[in-house]
Design a protein around this ligand. Structure first.
Ligand SMILES: Cc1cc2nc3c(=O)[nH]c(=O)nc-3n(C[C@H](O)[C@H](O)[C@H](O)COP(=O)(O)OP(=O)(O)OC[C@H]3O[C@@H](n4cnc5c(N)ncnc54)[C@H](O)[C@@H]3O)c2cc1C
Length: 422
């Protein structure tokens, strides 16, 4: 239960909300994962805001290796759309003025935060080191204007803490606290009512360390899997990363729904060998070929998680429905709510944090425009989120399609069956 205080107050009317600009705005950020932290660090240095950041975890313990996309720190439109998978999509989806607006905001990001972002786009790093670095940065800034609360916030808490003129940003991740509360249903939040979900596949995400430099590209993915008729291990799209002593390798093996159901959520190589030997053999063949080439050894064991690879988005990433309907007794009618990060959009294939950061930057830029009418702010964030969704939807479908074709490269008939030309 949150100790966030704030009794339920009657929201001011939507019309007032559209016009008035309070002297200092309270922003509640629920969830201090990477996206909630980034948003807090961005808002912290903007005049006229006080941030309340709520987090239920005591410690940052997620050590999975992640990488951020270079477009996050792009300093020109060309650099922003240089990605080899979806550079064209950027041009197709975004107006030039929108791209320029994004660049202008990036240039205003404080140097301490920008330095961290630049670092994270260079190579892999553990997720918790990103979380700790931004968390420390927030705490270490002088008069920091951020009040942190360690608590599990409930949806009722969130509604109670909101006062007219406040802003609430839900950064609670894929099982978002408020996503289902943003649609006006027949009473109560209906689970999934505000979510569009597309299941692309079930997968094992397998990570290991290797004691030599090891680079992978599409040829490597093919030849090292040549004897794996099924269960091809496909290292992540952004290759592998050598940190000076070990290579960090993360990749995906596609599994069936039945196999997924029969596995624990997290396990190691020993469990894999004992329980799913066919996948283990494919992994071992792949790793043996790396060793043949580079004469190194695996450091430690395999770390494996099984996950459904889902693409999803909140149909409403803001409280716009409540603002429009303006019921007198609902807090969301008088104070805007935004979803950011995995709360709003989720995508597989190692790209979500970058997407979340991108939307967080845009949202911070909107909130900074204190004289912008609330309705416009919500609609602009909805449109931007939708465009980012289109981008990640097309990108993920492309990656999935390429993976499907890749898995049938040695079987021309199966390959042709997956190709639809016109
Ligand atoms: C195996 C695996 C590998 C991945 N690899 C990559 C990768 O390489 N690159 C990449 O970009 N992405 C990767 N991802 C995805 C990435 O981890 C997520 O996109 C990212 O963590 C989302 O950040 P977030 O801040 O939106 O949400 P989260 O990281 O989920 O953070 C949400 C925060 O809110 C807190 N919270 C939740 N509910 C409440 C509540 N009621 N009250 C208070 N606090 C609450 C949580 O404790 C948490 O700290 C991977 C995911 C998985 C599962």
């Amino acid at each position: 239960m949150c100790d966030c205080g704030g009794m339920m107050t009657s929201p001011r009317s939507a019309a007032t909300a559209l016009e008035a600009v309070p002297s200092s705005v309270r922003v509640h950020v629920i969830g201090a994962g990477p996206v909630g932290l980034l948003l807090t660090a961005l808002l912290q240095t903007m005049p006229g805001f006080s941030v309340r950041l709520y987090e239920k975890r005591q410690e940052y313990t997620r050590t999975r290796m992640v990488q951020l996309a270079p477009y996050l720190v792009a300093d020109s439109v060309d650099a922003y759309r240089s990605d080899y998978i979806d550079g064209d999509t950027v041009d197709a989806v975004f107006e030039p003025a929108e791209l320029l607006e994004g660049l202008t905001f990036r240039r205003s990001i404080p140097a301490d935060l920008m330095a961290l972002l630049r670092d994270w786009t260079l190579g892999f790093c553990p997720l918790n080191s990103i979380e700790r670095a931004v968390s420390d940065l927030i705490d270490g800034r002088g008069s920091n204007g951020v009040q942190r609360t360690a608590a599990v916030v409930t949806a009722d808490d969130a509604m109670r803490m909101l006062e007219p003129g406040d802003i609430l940003i839900d950064c609670t991740g894929s099982t978002s606290l408020l996503r289902d509360h943003l649609t006006i249903g027949s009473g109560g939040a209906e689970e999934g009512a505000n979510t569009l979900k597309i299941r692309l596949e079930y997968a094992l995400v397998i990570t290991f360390l290797y004691g030599q430099t090891y680079d992978c590209n599409e040829y490597c993915k093919y030849y090292k899997n040549a004897e794996n008729a099924q269960y091809k291990f496909i290292p992540m799209v952004n290759r592998t990363h050598y940190d000076g002593s070990v290579s960090h390798v993360t990749g995906i093996v596609n599994i069936s729904a039945e196999e997924y159901d029969a596995m624990p959520s997290r396990f190691d190589g020993e469990w894999l060998r004992g329980n799913v030997p066919s996948v283990a053999q494919s992994m071992d063949r792949f790793i043996d070929k790396i060793k043949e080439e580079t004469h190194g050894e695996i450091v430690g064991d395999l770390e494996i998680v099984r996950i459904p690879l889902d693409l999803y988005r909140a149909r409403n990433a803001t409280s716009r429905q409540w603002l429009r309907a303006s019921p007198r007794d609902h807090p969301f009618a008088g104070a805007p709510v935004f979803l950011a990060g995995d709360s709003a959009i989720g995508s597989p294939y190692f790209q979500s944090i970058s997407l979340g950061f991108e939307c967080a930057m845009y949202l911070a830029g909107l909130i900074a425009q204190r004289d912008m009418p609330l309705r416009e702010m919500l609609e602009r964030y909805e449109l931007y989120s939708y465009k980012q969704w289109l981008r990640v939807y097309m990108r993920s479908k492309m990656i999935k399609h390429n993976k499907d074709l890749f898995e049938s490269l040695d079987d021309p008939l199966a390959l042709l069956g997956k190709l639809h030309v016109y």
